[in-house]
Each structure stands twice: as structure tokens, then as C-alpha cells.
Ligand binder design. Structure first.
Ligand SMILES: [Zn+2]
Length: 398
């Protein structure tokens, strides 16, 4: 038995000095983060956001109806092999970025099979999407699959819930059924909520007032609405809000965690820290708590033994620039010396895998010729992220 020592640490959101944690052997790091970063909202199959330079959308419905995608989303989702490969690459990327929990929406079979295949995995919240649109699942389609899996995810590493895409893409009946399913699983009902339009009142008209018997997690919640009295937890995704709508909420009330939304393109929450801190400013503790333990508490997952250790100082971590040397999940090493513990892959090789998978997705499911695409350029580094946020949000990111 030994100790991990570090001169600085973020423990449950608080910055403390000179920590010493029992571990299998003696190791020394400059900074540790405990638990690691939590990414409360991620689409593992989104590799094309349909962005147009300079175009700003008014709300999510405007964006979904008006964007032109180079990849046929329904066709990609039906490609189980590629959808699953994308999810697997995301989990590896998350670990190498120090993100120890990730909540994923999209296709259940793809997201789950990729996770099960990995010898070491981030903690996961599986929130399969239901909606009334071509190529998507309904609650009735989903329920038997979820029932079958219930026992499989009881080890504290995973949680299974349901994600209603949004109020306008679901019926009242679908929402009620989804809540009933989440309640019977004693789990989570997630949804995109108030992403540019006020929707809290409409939601309450359908599901009533708390208690709901399930955790209700709204994603984005840009509008100024009283989420707390409705006991709705918000996962805020500041970066994609800024990219799509050029605005985001800067009030932490009701926000319990952060999401990256399109992590294959933009990286997971740990990489967004510069933008998140720019938007929400201080106190640092309030932001760090939400970025780390916040996601675990939002979804009710254990965080024992989840730790990220760096050779770099806290300021680099807060800018989203640092990459960890050691990552443990439930005290098991998932990243050692900056490489995946079981395969030796490093960050660059996983990024290469993502680029190759995106090119393949364009070939198999593209709606335009490959030559006219600059899709792979959408994989951005932290410098790009900060530049985007600075341009879009100059008031807070001076
Ligand atoms: Zn989303």
C-alpha cells in the first residue's frame, strides 16, 4: 500500500493543497481532480452539426428544421457498426481527457455495445432518445430493450434512463409514457428543454408539479425560468449554445452540471473548462463542483475511486488544455502515462480514429460528394473553442 500525493487538488469542487490519498503504490502528481470531470450531455453519433459560418439560429427547432446536414443522420443511426464505433471512440477520448462520467443520448444498442466491449470504461448514463420523427424510436419500441438490460447495469458504473428529444418532437402521450418508464426504473427522464424558447410551463402542464418519482434533467435551459421550484435539474451546454444561438445562460441557479453536446467534434466537458469559466465566471468552487461531482449527483452515480491526475498545474486544467497522466475509475487505472491502460493508445491515435470514422460516415451516409466536404475540420482543439467563444461572447470573455 502506498499513497498518491499532489501539491494541489480539486476535491468535490474545492481547491485544496498538499493531498495524500491511499493507493496501490506511491506516486506523485502536480494536480489531481476527484472525482474527474463529468459530461452530463453527449451525442456520440453527432459528427455534423450542419453549421454555416456566421449563421445564428433563434432556437433548437429553428436549427433542426433549417440546417443542412452533410450526413444523413437516420441512415448513420441505422448503421449499428459505425454508430457503435463512434461511441467507443468517444469513451476512449473521454478517458484520455479526464472525463470519468459521460451521459449519452442517441441509439441504445450502439452506445451500450461499445461500452460493454471496452475493458476499462468511463461511468455511463445511457439515455436512449425517443421522438416522433423518421428513423427514431418510440417509448413502446424502447421499453422491452430497457427491461432486458435492467439487471445488467446495477454495478454502479452505469445507469439507464430515457431521453425524450424535446417537447415539440414528442406527443403528450409519449412524454407521459417516458416519465412512467423512468419512474419504474427509479431513474432519469432527460430532455432538451428551453433551448431558445420558454418551455418550462408547457412541460409542467403535461407532467404536473413535483414529486415526479424520477429525476428530471433538462438539457440547455437557456431561458430564465424557475427550474428549482419545479425540481428540474439543468445540464448546461454553454459552448454549443454559443455556437448555435450566440447566447447562453450565465446564471448557475438550477444548473447541476455541464454537457459538451457534440464531444466527437468539440471534446468532452474537461476541454470546455475555459469557455465554461468564462461564461459563468466565479465563484470557482460553484463551477468546479458542477463540472466534476455535479454530473454524478445529477444522475445518481457513485464516484468512489474516480480520479484524474496531471503533471500540469491547475491553471492549465481550468483552461481545458491539460491532459491527464493517470485516470482511475473505481480505483482501476484506465489511463496510465497518458495512454489507455489496456491498449496503449494515446490521445492523437484516438483523434485519428475519430477522423477516419467521420470520413467513413461521409462515404457511407453522406448526402453530398466527399470532395465538397471540409467535415473533418470540424474537430476542433481548445484554441479554436476559446476563439469561438471569445467572438460570440465578448462581454464575458474579455
Ligand atoms: Zn443535445
Amino acid at each position: 500500500m502506498g499513497y498518491i500525493e499532489a501539491s494541489e487538488a480539486v476535491v468535490y469542487g474545492r481547491v485544496v493543497e498538499n493531498v495524500r490519498i491511499p493507493y496501490v503504490r506511491d506516486e506523485y502528481y502536480r494536480t489531481i481532480v476527484m472525482p474527474g470531470f463529468s459530461d452530463g450531455h453527449a451525442h456520440p453519433q453527432v459528427i455534423d452539426a450542419g453549421l454555416e459560418p456566421g449563421r445564428v439560429w433563434t432556437n433548437s427547432y429553428h436549427w433542426i428544421e433549417g440546417r443542412s446536414l452533410t450526413i444523413d443522420e437516420a441512415s448513420l443511426r441505422s448503421d449499428l457498426e459505425l454508430s457503435s464505433r463512434l461511441a467507443g471512440l468517444l469513451y476512449k477520448r473521454a478517458l484520455l481527457e479526464g472525463t470519468t462520467l459521460i451521459a449519452v443520448t442517441g441509439r441504445l444498442e450502439a452506445n451500450l455495445s461499445a461500452w460493454l466491449k471496452l475493458p476499462m470504461k468511463p461511468r455511463i448514463v445511457l439515455l436512449p432518445t425517443v421522438m416522433h420523427r423518421r428513423g427514431w424510436t418510440t417509448v413502446d419500441d424502447l421499453e422491452p430493450a430497457i427491461r432486458k438490460l435492467e439487471g445488467l447495469v446495477g454495478d454502479g458504473l452505469a445507469r439507464l434512463g430515457v431521453f425524450v428529444h424535446s417537447l415539440r418532437y414528442s406527443s403528450r402521450e409519449m412524454l407521459v409514457k417516458a416519465l412512467r418508464l423512468a419512474k419504474s426504473l427509479r431513474s432519469v427522464l432527460g430532455m432538451h428543454l428551453s433551448e431558445g424558447v420558454r418551455e418550462l410551463g408547457d412541460l409542467i402542464r403535461v407532467i404536473g408539479r413535483p414529486p415526479y418519482g424520477a429525476r428530471i434533467v433538462g438539457v440547455h435551459c437557456i431561458e430564465d425560468e424557475d427550474l428549482q421550484s419545479a425540481r428540474i435539474q439543468c445540464i448546461s451546454c454553454p459552448l454549443t449554445n454559443l455556437i448555435l444561438y450566440s447566447r447562453t445562460r450565465s446564471d448557475l441557479r438550477g444548473v447541476t452540471g455541464f454537457g459538451s453536446d457534440w464531444p466527437l467534434l468539440l471534446g468532452t466537458v474537461s476541454r470546455h473548462m475555459g469557455v465554461i469559466l468564462g461564461v459563468f465566471n466565479r465563484p470557482l468552487y460553484s463551477v468546479l463542483k458542477r463540472a466534476t461531482i455535479g454530473g454524478y449527483r445529477t444522475y445518481g452515480l457513485s464516484y468512489t475511486g474516480d480520479m484524474v491526475a496531471y503533471d500540469e498545474g491547475l491553471s492549465r486544467i481550468l483552461e481545458g488544455r491539460a491532459r491527464p497522466r493517470l485516470v482511475t475509475i473505481s480505483w482501476q487505472p484506465a489511463v496510465v502515462e497518458g495512454r489507455l491502460s489496456w491498449s496503449g493508445e494515446d490521445y492523437n491515435s484516438v483523434q485519428r480514429g475519430i477522423r477516419e470514422a467521420i470520413v467513413e460516415a461521409v462515404e457511407r451516409h453522406g448526402q453530398v460528394s466527399r470532395e465538397s466536404l471540409k467535415l473533418t475540420r470540424q474537430i476542433m482543439d481548445v484554441e479554436d473553442l476559446l476563439a469561438i467563444a471569445r467572438n460570440l461572447y465578448p462581454r464575458v470573455l474579455a
